[in-house]
Write a protein that binds this ligand. Structure first.
Ligand SMILES: *[C@@H]1O[C@H](CO)[C@@H](O)[C@H](O)[C@H]1NC(C)=O
Ligand SMILES: *[C@@H]1O[C@H](CO)[C@@H](O)[C@H](O)[C@H]1NC(C)=O
Ligand SMILES: *[C@@H]1O[C@H](CO)[C@@H](O)[C@H](O)[C@H]1NC(C)=O
Ligand SMILES: *[C@@H]1O[C@H](CO)[C@@H](O)[C@H](O)[C@H]1NC(C)=O
Length: 689
């Protein structure tokens, strides 16, 4: 008999537990509270938009919203409290910007009856006699926006309240950054949407409260954590809800979404489906006015505007008709409309002309929408053949990002013309500063800074990007200077791509006389080491202020810059090579480093040249420069001779003065001009391979 009774009890407990764990112990209000079943009292209402407004701006009132069905928070067999989690989105809008309202709470309470709870600092939760009373059995999270001297730390805090408005723990409102753990303040009554998470872990007896701006994902570290044995506080069953109050100072306290779940993580709120905070519904009288007076006026204006816009669009379409090819669609973001570029450059007016190259003109422009300054290069191309490959490569290279590269922003194709859009560089190109008398000479610190920048840009192209980018035309006129005189490599938009660890399969010879490595003129194969050669010549050019090949040179009758520096080095007078305009204002170690590195980089044997990574290390002083020896530099062939056998039409020849000049009388179709220098140009020839 005893045993039977016992079994019955056990069965009964099992069934209750089963019921407790299988009941649908969760709810979610994700599209606002319209039509919801919440029990409201005081001045709480639900707006037309579906926002739950706990208080409006009436003084000395309370408002409550309580979920109508109670939940079992206590496990009957063990007496332990279950885990639960809840999240809600709120906004507090004070009546005036100077004074906040009182605040609000999320609570768990054994009763739905708050008729004796008081307004103002009591938050509609307790009254003057029961505050702090353990018979309340209330657990709450307060969002408190007025400091009460008796029990508040400040006028903008979050607290965990157990039976009392004197919080067990509280903290200035804000969140801890996931990245660096830094604390960011939040102003509860800013009127912004904010989200709160309240999670209780029954096993650990840990109550966590987290708050963040609504746009953020839940911060990993919670604002408040309190170890509390809720089973000694909560009764069974309990209601969940919100309370709020106004005093002499008032604010509207609004809830836009709420979800709750026993024994698990509550469902996330989808912020895009929350209701609008502010009603946009005019009252009846105004509605009438709109309908009778304004509606006809508005309708006719809209109609008129619509028709003229349509006509305008049709005319514009016809004017700027442009055939979009399928493959171009996928390059959407990089493709500019011809119209935008016409607007940007004032219709390619001469006033906007920055420079003229052999095969392209470069204009300054301001993009209409974002007001960004750009340089637009107009390249004429006869044949449409190869356009697709060409554009693919340009778009790929448009993804390169480095502060020492001129950013290629995109392109536009229009009636056989190709337009390339680059970042605008206010200080034009470096060669102007080096070789033109009209520009002030750069001092050594500026030159060294530019050299290091270009080296770092080239290192990125060679070693740090997903593919190896061979620039093929390093020279001073392709180094542009931004507003802070940082050196930026241009024209890489027309460089060659190949994969890491594969031989480049270049079939075009390109370059500028004086910068072309000997093996490049023999094999026609551009490699990273042919770039290093050109970079070496560039180093000497910057330090000496002389062109790589200068037919008018008086210095020791040496036309070739590299040979002249080498000769000075052999005589032990390498510092004789430096630009006279530098005066005495330079650091000997740095300028010697640059000159010697220039010689090493422009070594005739490709295998003796360093990689760009090593070059950057030498320039930054992270590695010592290997000593130059006579033997290693003993055989130097004049670059002019090296270039024999090279198809002359593939080489451009920079000469003094402003005019462009090509050796070729007739240029092949694969010809493009460099971004925007007005002298010298790059010419590419298809060599038969
Ligand atoms: C509203 O709440 C009552 C009381 O808990 C319940 O009986 C009813 O089914 C609920 N209605 C809806 C639509 O949720
Ligand atoms: C405070 O609230 C308690 C519990 O509801 C009630 O018994 C008491 O009468 C209230 N006191 C005052 C002063 O309103
Ligand atoms: C955050 O608020 C506290 C309290 O007012 C203040 O002491 C602190 O300087 C604020 N921090 C920031 C970053 O605004
Ligand atoms: C939690 O409180 C309950 C009821 O007061 C008690 O039975 C239980 O031992 C407490 N648990 C712990 C771990 O203190």
């Amino acid at each position: 008999m005893q045993a039977k009774q016992h079994l019955k009890v056990v069965l009964w407990i099992l069934m209750v537990e089963l019921a407790a764990s299988t009941a649908v112990d969760s709810f979610i209000f994700k599209n606002g509270f319209t039509g919801s079943n919440l029990s409201l009292d005081g001045i709480a209402t639900i707006t037309k938009n579906g926002v739950l407004k706990l208080t409006d701006e009436t003084k000395q009132k309370t408002g409550h919203a309580i979920y109508p069905r109670p939940f079992h928070f206590i496990q009957p067999s063990t007496g332990k409290a279950f885990s639960f989690s809840t999240t809600f989105v709120f906004a507090m809008i004070p009546q005036t910007s100077e004074y906040n309202g009182h605040g609000m709470t999320f609570f768990i309470s054994p009763t739905m009856n708050f008729s004796t709870a008081m307004a103002s600092q009591w938050l509609g939760l307790f009254n003057v006699s029961n505050n702090g009373d353990s018979s309340n059995h209330i657990v709450a999270v307060e969002l408190d926006t007025i400091q009460n001297a008796e029990y508040d730390i400040d006028e903008n805090h979050v607290g965990i309240d157990i039976n009392s408005l004197k919080s067990n723990t509280s903290h200035y409102a804000g969140y801890f950054d996931d990245l660096n753990g830094e604390f960011h303040n939040m102003s509860l009554s800013s009127g912004e949407l904010m989200q709160v998470w309240v999670d209780y872990d029954g096993g650990e007896m840990m109550l966590n409260v987290t708050i963040s701006p609504v746009q953020m994902v839940k911060p990993k570290r919670s604002l408040l954590s309190l170890v509390v044995n809720l089973s000694s506080i909560l009764l069974d069953p309990m209601y969940v809800g919100f309370s709020s109050s106004t005093g002499t100072l008032v604010a509207s306290h609004n809830l836009l979404g709420w979800s709750f779940k026993m024994n698990g993580m509550t469902e996330a709120l989808d912020l895009s489906s929350l209701p609008l905070l502010h009603e946009v519904v005019p009252n009846e009288k105004e509605k009438q006015k709109y309908l009778t007076i304004w509606l006809p006026v508005v309708v006719s204006i809209v109609l008129l505007l619509g028709i003229s816009a349509a006509i305008f669009m049709v005319i514009r379409r016809i004017k700027f008709a442009k055939l979009l090819e399928d493959w171009e669609l996928q390059y959407g973001p990089h493709r500019f409309s011809y119209k935008a570029l016409i607007t940007a450059t004032n219709g390619f007016k001469d006033k906007n002309l920055l420079g003229v190259g052999g095969f392209g003109r470069v204009y300054k422009g301001v993009l209409p929408k974002c007001k960004t300054e750009v340089a637009v290069k107009l390249v004429s191309r006869e044949s449409k053949q190869g356009m697709r490959e060409f554009v693919t490569e340009i778009v790929t290279l448009g993804r390169l990002r480095h502060r020492n590269l001129v950013q290629l922003l995109g392109y536009c194709r229009h009636e056989g013309k190709l337009l390339l859009v680059y970042d605008y560089m206010p200080n034009t190109s470096l060669d102007k500063f080096l070789h033109y008398q009209s520009k002030t000479a750069l001092n050594w610190a500026q030159r060294f800074h530019i050299i290091k920048g270009v080296a770092s840009g080239l290192e990125y192209l060679h070693e740090e990007w997903e593919q190896v980018v061979i620039h093929r035309d390093i020279k001073s006129s392709n180094v542009l200077l931004d507003s802070e005189l940082n050196g930026r490599l241009g024209d890489f938009g027309l460089a060659r791509l190949c994969n890491h660890n594969t031989d480049p399969q270049t079939t075009q010879v390109a370059g500028t006389m004086g910068y072309i490595a000997p093996e490049l003129s023999r094999t026609g194969r551009a490699t990273t080491l042919t770039d290093v050669f050109a970079f070496g010549v560039f180093l000497l050019e910057v330090a000496c202020g002389r062109r790589p090949i200068d037919p008018k040179s008086q210095a020791d009758h040496q036309i070739i810059l590299v040979d002249w520096v080498l000769e000075n080095w052999r005589r032990g007078t390498i510092l004789d090579s430096i630009d006279q305009r530098l005066g005495d204002e330079y650091i000997v170690d740095e300028i010697e480093l640059v000159l010697e590195l220039g010689l090493i980089c422009s070594h005739p044997l490709a295998t003796s040249r360093p990689s760009m990574r090593q070059v950057v290390q030498y320039l930054n002083g992270d590695a010592p420069l290997p000593p130059l020896s006579l033997a290693s530099l003993s055989f130097r062939v004049s670059p002019l001779q090296q270039n024999e056998g090279l198809d002359k039409s593939a080489v451009s020849y920079p000469i003094s003065g402003t005019a462009s000049f090509a050796l070729a009388s007739e240029c092949p179709s694969e010809v493009v001009a460099e971004p925007y220098s007005s002298q010298g140009f790059l010419c590419r020839a298809q060599t038969i391979s």
